[in-house]
Design a protein around this ligand. Structure first.
Ligand SMILES: [Zn+2]
Length: 428
């Protein structure tokens, strides 16, 4: 099976350099095959197509694809696995991938072993594009222990692609010890985990921790945090955009002009109010997983918002770029006039102020924003007023702003940190 994974990886690495026209043709072939499979074998999709009055053969071009209704996580959460699993696939032979469901109930996605190996190979392709080598020793630090069990391969015992895992669980000292002793040259984690570690490193130093590369994923990485991680570890940081349901969607190459989208594995669309946006416009990211046959996901709403880049990357790869990832749609706040305000804008405001350790903004109503602050001991005495003043400067007097100093800002159920949450997200 490891051989199959290695062949898959070679194939994926070749795809990176295909021309956009060849990638589009390749993607369309895969898409047609998937639609036929889902219609014939998955009761949810058969019903979805029938209700919309369409059959797979009605979709004659990529443009026709938009007539298939978008599926949301909430629509799938209430269905029994039997409605989503394709005929001929035994649930006992599949791995259940539990998505974290930060907004409520989790969703279970079922994958065959071959599909999981492909997911693994897709991540590895992204890591290798950033500079990962077979001889590297990589550690992934998770915020919480409930991640899916990673695959192990026989060649890892030969010292190739060595991978270790650690869980932070509030114990930065233990994780730093693991990092020092393990001599890892690649560190992979979330921005909030890096922030927790950096606080400790600042006080204690980092003898023995010298990664060559640092990988970040699972949460939005803003530029100041990226720079801080790079300064702390003296290594370049590469950001990755993944979805628990299907795996790695986009990755940064050394040119770091945005995320290269894995369009040989996924059909990716940007829509607003259900319609495709113009090239380069902000849209909700809709994903079709071209490899998922056990439990197909077609026109699945990622709940993330971003913009595609119209130009190709100077690195020469044919995979297009996602220039801005703005976060989950419910991470995006609204200005009183209805314009969206991405969480990175909030970072810019907070970074200018001294004495803030961590913050979280919750837009409770269209005209009410509550900002929770975890303050440093040496914060200025008027910090709450400073925050209110700067927030109002952006959100105007029409926004009711409440600033609260708190002792702790809890993580989401998923173990991830979200600096902004809107209970009234803008319509994107
Ligand atoms: Zn590139």
């Amino acid at each position: 099976m490891a051989l199959r994974a290695a062949i898959e990886l070679c194939r994926l690495k070749r795809n990176e350099w295909l021309k956009p026209r060849d990638l589009a043709r390749f993607q369309w072939q895969k898409l047609k095959r998937l639609l036929k499979h889902a219609y014939e074998n998955v009761s949810y999709y058969r019903r979805l197509f029938q209700t919309a009055g369409i059959r797979p053969e009605d979709i004659k071009s990529r443009e026709d694809f938009v007539i298939i209704p978008i599926t949301t996580k909430a629509q799938l959460q209430d269905l029994p696995p039997g409605a989503l699993l394709a005929k001929g696939y035994d649930i006992k032979n599949c791995t259940r991938v539990e998505t974290s469901g930060s907004t409520g109930k989790p969703l279970s996605v079922f994958q065959t072993k071959g599909e999981r190996q492909l997911v693994d190979a897709i991540w590895t392709r992204g890591f290798m594009a950033a500079g990962l080598r077979w001889s590297d020793k990589k550690i992934t630090i998770w915020a919480s222990p409930h991640e899916a069990k990673p695959l192990r391969y026989w060649f890892q015992s030969l010292g190739l692609m060595r991978r270790d895992y650690a869980t932070l669980l509030g114990s930065e000292t233990d994780v730093l010890e693991v990092l020092k002793k393990g001599r890892f040259n690649i560190i992979s984690s979330f921005p909030s985990v890096f922030k927790a570690l950096m606080g400790r490193i600042k006080r204690e130093g980092t003898p023995g921790i010298h990664p060559r590369l640092v990988f970040s994923s699972a949460e939005l990485l803003d530029e100041p945090t990226r720079r801080q991680i790079e300064e702390t570890f003296q290594a370049p940081v590469f950001d990755f955009y993944g979805m628990e349901e299907v795996g790695l969607i986009g990755w940064e190459c050394p040119a770091r002009q945005g995320f290269h989208l894995n369009i040989d594995i996924f059909a990716i669309e940007f829509v607003t109010n259900g319609r495709p946006v113009a090239a380069g416009e902000r849209g909700r990211i809709i994903v079709t997983s071209l490899y998922s046959y056990a439990m197909p996901l077609i026109r699945y709403d990622s709940e993330d918002v971003g913009r595609a880049r119209t130009k190709l990357c100077p690195c020469g790869r044919g995979l297009p770029l996602l220039s801005n990832l703005e976060g989950r749609f419910d991470d995006i706040l609204s200005l009183p006039d209805g314009r969206p305000f991405p969480p990175t804008g909030l970072t810019t405001i907070m970074r200018r102020l001294k004495g803030i350790k961590q913050y979280k903004a919750v837009q409770e109503k269209t005209n009410k924003l509550v900002v929770y602050l975890l303050l440093k001991e040496d914060h200025p005495s008027d910090i709450l007023q400073q925050v209110e003043r700067d927030i109002r400067e952006v959100f105007s007097e029409a926004m009711e702003v409440e600033i609260k100093a708190v002792k702790e800002i809890p993580l989401e159920g998923s173990g991830k940190f979200r600096p902004a949450i809107s209970l009234v997200p803008p319509r994107i």
